[in-house]
Ligand binder design. Structure first.
Ligand SMILES: [Mn+2]
Length: 324
């Protein structure tokens, strides 16, 4: 009975889905006697994997950063900024583990993981196809409209909102298990979800008003600053709902442990995007994907976060001028 430890991207629908899928894959194709433990990982400052992070008999990371630690056996990621350092990237390229998979062009880790396990190990994930489909829509920001993304009528989008806001460790585990044992509609109807969602959706409606009040639109770029509003977590599509014509969004927010600059490009106008946002954020010590990224700073560096946001917004305005 090996103990398989799965480290996954915390408070993220794709991260929870990837963790859930991996456990079903492993039990089905590698070892049916395995037991699983799960540990959420959040982006932030300092050490990425503390001593003892890889203390399972088998250690797995899904939808989160690479580690060159020899105890990390399975790794699936799709983040452009997957490698903490150039040395890590060189190490992976020179000595990729037999079970380490990276595809920065994949829209979601969940779909990449499911398809990789199907190809390499003959895993049949057809009973999870609806889950994989929604993880791919959510992580790839492929909603049919800003309205669908903000009004949250679909069960999957309600669950996306729930998982981004849930900090109860026991419910994280319950949710990961439920993703591959229940339909999304069933999970969305569970009292632990509906009960927690009611105030979140109320706050969500309020956050739309806050972002509306705190945002400005200038030359195809929306800038907003909610650092003074206690608005830490918010639906990242609200600015596109408010300004459907914008090309880029730059936001400043303040959480308990970090000041954050969020940078995004309009998912409904991707063909217009000329800027690689991961590259922009990396210049300021952050990271992400070509279409969306972020920079985390210490809470005391909020003035610097505002400076960085203003610089990036101006850079994006200049780029957007040349975009149709
Ligand atoms: Mn992901």
């Amino acid at each position: 009975m090996p103990r398989v430890k799965i480290l996954y991207h915390d408070n993220c629908f794709d991260g929870a889905t990837s963790a859930s899928l991996f456990s079903r894959f492993y039990a089905a194709k590698v070892d049916p006697t395995a037991t699983f433990t799960f540990a959420g990982k959040a982006h932030g400052l300092g050490t990425i994997y503390d001593e003892g992070s890889f203390d399972g008999d088998v250690n797995v990371v899904v939808d989160f950063r690479y580690s060159a630690d020899a105890k990390l056996e399975w790794w699936f990621d799709h983040h452009v900024s997957a490698f903490p350092s150039a040395a890590d990237e060189a190490n992976f390229k020179a000595h990729p583990g037999a079970h380490q998979y990276f595809n920065p062009t994949a829209r979601s880790c969940a779909k990449f993981l499911a398809e990789t396990c199907a190809q390499k190990f003959g895993w049949d994930f057809s009973k999870f196809s609806d889950l994989v489909h929604w993880a791919d829509i959510i992580d790839g920001a492929q909603f049919e409209s800003p309205r669908a993304a903000v009004e949250l009528a679909e069960p999957a989008l309600q669950l996306m909102t729930w998982v981004e806001n849930n900090h109860d460790p026991a419910l994280k585990l319950r949710f990961i298990d439920a993703l591959t044992t229940h339909t999304l509609a069933e999970i969305a109807a569970e009292p632990y979800v509906t009960g927690a969602l009611a105030p979140i959706l109320k706050k969500h409606k309020g956050s739309i008003d806050v972002i509306r009040a705190r945002s400005t639109y200038d030359r195809k770029v929306v800038s907003f600053d909610v650092a003074e509003d206690g608005l830490d977590a918010y639906n990242k599509f609200v600015p596109y709902y408010l300004y459907p014509e914008c090309h880029y969004v730059v936001g400043v927010s303040l959480g308990p442990s970090r000041a954050k600059v969020s940078v995004g490009s309009n998912p409904w106008h991707q063909q217009k995007r000329t800027v690689n946002i991961a590259a922009v954020c990396e210049r300021y010590g952050g990271g992400g994907h070509p279409v969306v990224g972020a920079i985390s700073l210490k809470t005391s560096d909020l003035p610097r976060a505002r400076e960085v946001a203003a610089e990036i917004a101006e850079e994006l305005r200049i780029a957007a001028l040349k975009e149709v």
